[in-house]
Design a protein around this ligand. Structure first.
Ligand code: FAD
Length: 482
């Protein structure tokens, strides 16, 4: 039985989640809190922070999966790390319950202050067949699986003689035309084309990529003109863009797409690759707490990032990032709140850490205020779109801006170096289209080797069963006679 981790008996700042917000809060506070005899404890089921903007590039083989994550153990040396999932928080009694990642017994973690930083999860709808046949792009594991799925499908199609099966293998669908969806479909299309060119049994024109978007436009983060240019760009790469279209059914890998708003049938076809990137929602774990939650399931916070109910701020409770409804004091945002993105999460984390420390030392708190700098997106090698503080870029310049921004934004110098090395390697050697097989069955080869089939009986033994009774084979007998 797994042991409950021996927790430090010191006044604790409990950080729930080690993504953008959790990592930066812990980095900023671990030393200061330790200097006062306290401890920062970070709980996350994963041992790393995932740099989610790199997931499309991991899926498309430009960045090595391990380089797109930041190890907690390596970079949070003065933080107490607990690998597990917070399942509930009882702030009135300053206790959280943690279910260990190894499946052991849940245990309680007492704390003095709590930082809720559990991020978001993929938002889905009750569409038949979606859960069974779809895949999201929110975790590094999904990105790795997606990469192998696309490359395996191309390889399998290259030896498939049944036209319908071949078509289904070579059809790739992305639902959701936000940043994540467009980056995913373009990066994958770039990789698929490279892989198909290396395979003489596949014609690049056989690849079919379909983008499904329920709204009348894609990428709300850029201007309407830029979004229209992106649609033209996708179409120039033979990516089908279906606007005002929704996925209605995905049972048996047979997709039924409907037109909106009249719900008439738009198209139906088969695919083995259905990728769902249609938005996120606040992590539902916050519903198992005694904190105030808004109608969209986010923790309510004030501009100073203290969790705030109808009666004002709740002492010693903080939240930021995708899980929190942070007022956008610049007047932008959706419904007056900051949109869930890394740009805000990173800056909110730094503000939260400063405010938490200020609250401890009796200093005034400062409100979070950040004017969105814009957006940068990469669409595969040398292609992209950007809107940086009103400066609109397309093509190679936008792609360079995308790489420049994310290269700098990747946390820690060590990870920046690794990612930039990946990019440099791709520029020299091209995109890496090596697929790794059997990742979900790593013991298959060993099991086959360790369970050999019984050796066939030698011919002479088979002809004369008595000859085998000595246990010596015919060659051995011949040798024995000599
Ligand atoms: C494919 C993709 C591309 C993106 N591209 C961009 C981009 O280009 N620019 C941009 O600004 N933003 C982008 N984003 C959004 C950005 O990544 C998020 O807004 C940001 O990660 C939010 O940070 P966070 O700390 O709130 O949550 P996260 O970074 O998601 O961290 C949440 C952490 O909480 C942990 N956790 C979950 N449940 C529990 C629990 N019960 N107990 C303990 N821990 C828990 C998770 O394991 C995770 O480590 C992208 C997102 C995706 C998915």
């Amino acid at each position: 039985m797994a042991l409950t981790p021996p927790l430090k008996d010191r006044p604790r700042v409990l950080v729930v989640g080690g993504g953008y917000v959790g990592l930066y809060v812990a980095l900023r506070l671990q030393k200061k809190v330790a200097s006062t005899g306290g401890i920062v404890t970070l709980v996350d089921p994963l041992p790393y922070m995932t740099y989610q903007p790199f997931l499309p590039e991991v899926a498309a083989g430009n960045i090595e999966a391990r380089h797109a994550v930041v190890s907690h153990r390596q970079h949070l040396r003065q933080t107490e790390l607990v690998q597990g999932r917070v399942t509930s928080i009882d702030h009135a009694n300053r206790k959280a319950v943690v279910a260990p990642a190894d499946g052991g017994e849940p245990f309680e973690v007492p704390y003095h202050e709590v930082v809720v930083a559990a991020g978001s999860i993929t938002r889905t709808f009750p569409i038949k067949g979606l859960a069974e046949n779809g895949i999201g792009l929110k975790t590094i594991e999904e990105a790795v699986a997606l990469r192998n799925q696309v490359l395996e499908a191309i390889e399998a199609a290259s030896t498939e003689t049944d036209a319908a099966k071949r078509k289904r293998l070579l059809t790739f669908v992305v639902v959701g035309g936000g940043f994540a969806g467009i980056e995913t479909i373009t990066e994958l299309e770039d990789m698929a084309r490279t892989a198909a060119r290396k395979n003489s049994r596949i014609d690049v024109n056989e690849l079919r990529f379909v983008l499904v978007e329920a709204m009348g436009r894609i990428m709300p983060e850029v201007t309407k003109e830029q979004a229209e240019w992106v649609v033209e760009h996708l179409q120039s790469r033979n990516i089908e863009v279906l606007l005002n279209t929704s996925l209605d059914n995905a049972e048996g890998n047979h997709l039924k797409l409907i037109n909106l708003p009249d719900k008439s049938l738009a198209q139906e076809f088969d695919t083995d690759t259905l990728i769902w990137t249609a938005g996120v929602q606040a992590n539902p774990v916050v519903r198992s707490t005694d904190f105030p939650i808004d109608e969209r399931g986010r923790v309510r916070v004030g501009a100073d990032l203290r969790i705030t109910g109808d009666d004002g701020p709740i002492p010693n409770a903080w939240a930021a990032g995708d899980v929190a409804a942070v007022p956008d004091l610049t007047g932008g945002g959706v419904g007056g709140f900051c949109v869930p993105n890394a740009q805000h999460a990173l800056r909110q984390a730094k503000r939260l850490a400063s405010n938490l420390w200020a609250a401890r030392t009796g200093q005034p708190l400062v409100d979070y205020k950040h004017k969105n700098l814009g957006a940068v997106a990469g669409f595969g090698q040398w292609k992209g779109v950007a809107n940086i503080m009103g400066l609109k870029l397309k093509g190679p310049l936008a792609w360079l801006a995308h790489r420049g921004y994310h290269g700098l934004a990747m946390p820690t110098y060590e990870r920046k170096y690794r990612v930039i090395s990946n990019w440099a390697s791709s520029l020299f050697f091209g995109r890496d289209t090596t697929m790794l097989l059997d990742l979900d069955q790593p013991r298959a080869a060993f099991q086959a080797a360790a369970s050999p089939k019984p050796k066939p009986a030698p011919a002479s033994v088979a002809a004369n069963p008595d000859a085998g009774s000595t246990g010596v084979g015919s060659l051995d007998k011949a040798a024995a006679k000599k």
